[in-house]
Design a protein around this ligand. Structure first.
Ligand code: HEM
Length: 494
């Protein structure tokens, strides 16, 4: 009886393995994928890829298999690209092939393939072209984007003066001011810093990014087909994003109520114009879903990325006060103490520019990259990636590629300076990605980083609550995103 039971279990196991192998075979679609660790049926490379240290696991695998390898997230093969050469060969040299967006299971239920950042094919092309045009036009409109940032930085400086050098956690200060810049583009308005709804939106965006970067999210990426039916943190993230979506939908209603097609005020109005023009086309991509989700993409990405970079940047400057001192010196020489910093000052401030690049390099906002996908059967380095294969361009490994950065793990602004102290470009600086999916907010983000750093350091010196040697600059969480540690500092009026 006992033996019979064991035999049935054994047979059931064999049968399930066989079924999984058949399903697996189907997933790999007959390509010739790069080598990688042997996966276990259903579990994939769970044993080799630690969900709490994915980046480090990939680094280990890179040592064994080289800069291009395959890992299985559950039954799903994912090709990982490490280092500058491999990432460039894919995203730049074969830009069209690698321009698809890969699976992001943690966000799938919220976005379902709509909105600029997570869409593919014609939809993505149309939304990308449209968004870039609108972002550009609002930058060149009556009030330039530069003026908007300068004005917003002015509000932040007032706020910091009010604190009178008392210790503060900079998180909310930075996210509110940075977010107001993208808010003025997408919603045509800025929010008062005290606005409770605005503050709670900032917390929700920050929390969503933190959630997406936790180990459970990595686990979910592997086993979402099963996990989606069970309770857990993914429902919490889902609800956070749904609340953000509701907020955007409410802004769309406000715009619709006072809409004048001859006088578009913001991104939403421009999209509404397109929706009206195309209203008789049942296949148009200018529909409400794409409007809400693309606006959410811009609002979210336009808030969290720049504010995290500033927050981590100030921490690095606290740790290395000699770098801060040099920036003060350059500000004094080029801008002086009275006039507002301008974007064209950057060309005359190579040291500050180099420091900002180095801060971005170490912030390394999405170390695993945002997943890509091959849009057709793709030959790459002697392998054949079947159409639809997901690809992780490991930006963290490019930003720390020892061939391109002398001291990959150190804070070393000289990475971006030549012997004469002039600014020196570095091809492996891929914080905004490269190729067809390159960040649409790059120009805006670069302006913001320069104007915020210089405006704040022109008026304030940073003071740490602990000696620089005791400051821990390790990221608090490192998963999909790098989350800087929470800390307090004092902004002392100069
Ligand atoms: C320091 C600031 C920023 C960094 C480091 C950054 C980085 C990135 C990266 C790495 C990607 C993924 C590209 C890829 O798929 O290969 C991306 C995409 C994107 N970013 Fe940014 N970003 C920043 C600021 C912004 C801002 C200010 C906006 C808003 C205007 C923005 C909007 C987007 C959008 C909409 C995408 C999706 C593009 C697409 O899928 O075609 N980002 N960004």
């Amino acid at each position: 009886m006992m033996l019979g039971g064991a035999f049935s279990i054994f047979m059931a196991l064999c049968l399930s393995c066989l079924l999984i192998l058949i399903a697996w075979k189907r997933t790999s679609k007959g390509g010739k994928l790069p080598p990688g660790p042997t996966p276990i049926p259903f579990l994939g490379n769970f044993l080799q890829v630690r969900t709490d240290a994915t980046f480090q696991s990939f680094q280990k695998l890179q040592k064994k298999y080289g800069s291009v390898f395959t890992v299985y997230f559950g039954p799903r093969p994912v090709v990982v690209l490490c280092g500058h050469e491999a990432v460039k060969e894919a995203l730049v040299d074969q830009a069209d092939d690698f321009s698809g967006r890969g699976e992001m299971p943690t966000l799938e239920k919220n976005f379902q393939g709509y909105g600029l950042a997570l869409s593919n094919g014609e939809r993505w092309k149309i939304l990308r072209r449209f968004s870039l045009t609108v972002l550009r036009n609002f930058g060149m409109g009556k009030r330039s984007i530069e003026e908007r940032i300068q004005e917003e930085a002015g509000y932040l400086l007032e706020e910091l003066h009010k604190v009178k050098g008392a210790p503060i956690d900079p998180t909310l200060y930075l996210s509110r001011t940075v977010s107001n810049v993208i808010c003025s583009v997408v919603f045509g308005k800025r929010f008062d810093y005290q606005d409770q709804r605005f503050q709670s939106l900032m917390r929700m965006i920050n929390e969503s990014f933190v959630e997406m970067s936790k180990p459970w999210a990595q686990l979910y990426d592997m086993y979402w087909k099963v996990m989606q039916y069970f309770p857990g943190r993914h429902n919490y993230l889902y609800n956070l994003i749904e609340d953000l979506k509701d907020f955007i939908a409410s802004r769309v209603k406000i715009n619709e109520a006072s809409f004048d097609p001859s006088n578009p005020r913001d991104f939403i109005d421009c999209f509404l114009i397109k929706m009206h023009q195309d209203k008789s086309d049942p296949h148009t991509e200018f529909n409400l879903k794409n409007l809400v989700l693309t606006t959410l993409n811009l609002f979210f990405a336009g808030t969290e990325t720049v504010s995290s970079t500033l927050r981590y940047g100030f921490l690095l400057l606290l740790k290395y006060p000699e770098v801060e001192a040099k920036i003060h010196e350059e500000i004094n020489q080029v801008i002086g103490t009275h006039r507002t910093p301008r974007v064209d000052d950057r060309a005359k401030m190579p040291y500050t520019d180099a420091v900002i690049h180095e801060i971005q390099r170490l912030t390394d906002i999405v170390p695993l990259g945002v997943p890509h996908n091959v849009t057709r059967d793709t030959h790459f380095r002697g392998y054949l990636l079947p159409k639809g294969t997901d690809v992780y361009p490991l930006f963290g490994s490019v930003l720390k590629d020892p061939k391109y950065f002398r001291y990959p793990d150190a804070f070393y602004p000289q990475h971006f300076l030549d012997e004469q102290g002039r600014f020196k470009k570095n091809d492996a600086f891929v914080v905004f990605s490269s190729g067809k999916r390159i960040c649409v907010g790059e120009a805006l983000a670069r302006m913001e980083l320069f104007l915020y750093f210089t405006s704040i350091l022109q008026r304030f010196s940073l003071r740490s609550l602990v000696p620089p040697a005791d400051i821990d600059i390790a990221h608090k969480i490192s998963g999909f995103g790098n989350i800087p540690p929470v800390y307090e500092l004092c902004f002392m009026a100069r």
